[in-house]
Design a protein around this ligand. Structure first.
Ligand SMILES: NC(=O)c1ccc[n+]([C@@H]2O[C@H](COP(=O)([O-])OP(=O)(O)OC[C@H]3O[C@@H](n4cnc5c(N)ncnc54)[C@H](OP(=O)(O)O)[C@@H]3O)[C@@H](O)[C@H]2O)c1
Length: 286
């Protein structure tokens, strides 16, 4: 019989998994980690079961998931469509919760998905999950905007902290939300291990936000901490949004990164989840 906190995780070796798996193990979850056939991944966790699967084989997926209550997909953006196979197998194996590989901008906002096609792929997976609710598989989607502590040092918020340079979008006063990987992991732990949170957030999105800030606030903090005056370039987000009227090249092209940043930082305010705080969606969901 599946214990309440038993969970299978696909794609656990990536950026999100490196934080979420230790958090789940620490919380006492019974964890099975799945890598794709041919993967070079090795895990060092003492208390997790590790298996390899051919993601196109329903029988393999069903036998791996059987005996677990929950399934988490942390699959890469390159493999999002494979989640349909995981969902079908989860239903057959009688899992009751599926957390899809969302963890990004607000896919419930049509403006977002029309601007960035990869978000549309995520939306299609949510639609599929909604269609399958009748099969007693619930889902919870976790929306985070850009990862703050992961993205800030690598320039995703417009700052080159080492070089003391900043690219400020639309004047820098647009307020946005962003989540740290520890808080995202805490939200995952909550819906996996806490039965009342699991019930409260079933078949809907959860909005996790560690910070509510603006680029100008980050600039002031960065200058104070480093003691350097940053070299600032101003940028008009409409230039980046213009990329979205042409087909984007595949992969993490410079254009794609610019559109991701524009969705986060522009005056359109597409990543401002402040209004969700009153509904219990916050740094720590309750
Ligand atoms: N908001 C943000 O700032 C932000 C940043 C990063 C990611 N994300 C989102 O978080 C989610 C997870 O992303 P991530 O960066 O953690 O993932 P990732 O590191 O790109 O990939 C996770 C794992 O997916 C598996 N994988 C890769 N290609 C595959 C393929 N073709 N077929 C099957 N499995 C494949 C690999 O695992 P194995 O080799 O072990 O099988 C890989 O380690 C995505 O939805 C992504 O959009 C958001």
């Amino acid at each position: 019989m599946a214990t309440n906190n038993s969970v299978v995780i696909f794609g656990a070796s990536g950026n999100v998994g490196k934080f979420a798996v230790p958090a789940l193990l620490k919380a006492g979850a019974k964890v099975t980690l799945v890598t794709r056939k041919g993967s070079k991944t090795t895990f060092q966790y003492k208390n997790a079961t590790v298996v390899t699967a051919d993601y196109s084989s329903q029988s393999e997926l069903i036998s791996i998931i059987r005996g677990h209550k929950s399934v988490i997909s942390l699959l890469s953006v390159k493999a999002l469509s494979l989640q349909r196979n995981l969902i079908n197998a989860a239903i057959k194996a009688q899992a009751t919760l599926f957390i899809p590989s969302e963890f990004s901008h607000n896919t419930t906002n049509k403006n977002m998905t029309s601007l960035l096609p990869v978000l549309g792929v995520k939306t299609k997976i949510i639609k599929y999950l909604q269609e399958r609710e009748k099969d007693r598989l619930n889902w919870t989607g976790i929306i985070t905007a850009l990862f703050f502590n992961w993205g800030l040092p690598q320039g995703n918020f417009g700052f080159d902290l080492k070089a003391g340079k900043a690219t400020i979008w639309d004047g820098g006063n647009a307020s946005f939300s962003a989540a740290n990987l520890d808080d995202i992991s805490a939200a995952i732990v909550k819906v996996i291990t806490d039965s009342s949170a699991r019930e409260r957030y079933k078949n809907q999105h959860v909005y996790v936000s560690s910070v509510q800030t603006t680029q100008n606030e980050i600039l002031a903090a960065a200058e104070e901490v480093t003691g350097k005056k940053f070299k600032v370039a101003q940028f008009d987000s409409e230039e980046a949004f213009a990329y979205t009227t042409k087909p984007l090249p595949p992969g993490y092209s410079p254009q794609l990164l610019a559109v991701l940043a524009a969705l986060q930082l522009s005056k359109r305010g597409l990543s401002n989840y402040q209004a969700r705080v009153n509904a219990g969606h916050n740094r720590s969901i309750n």
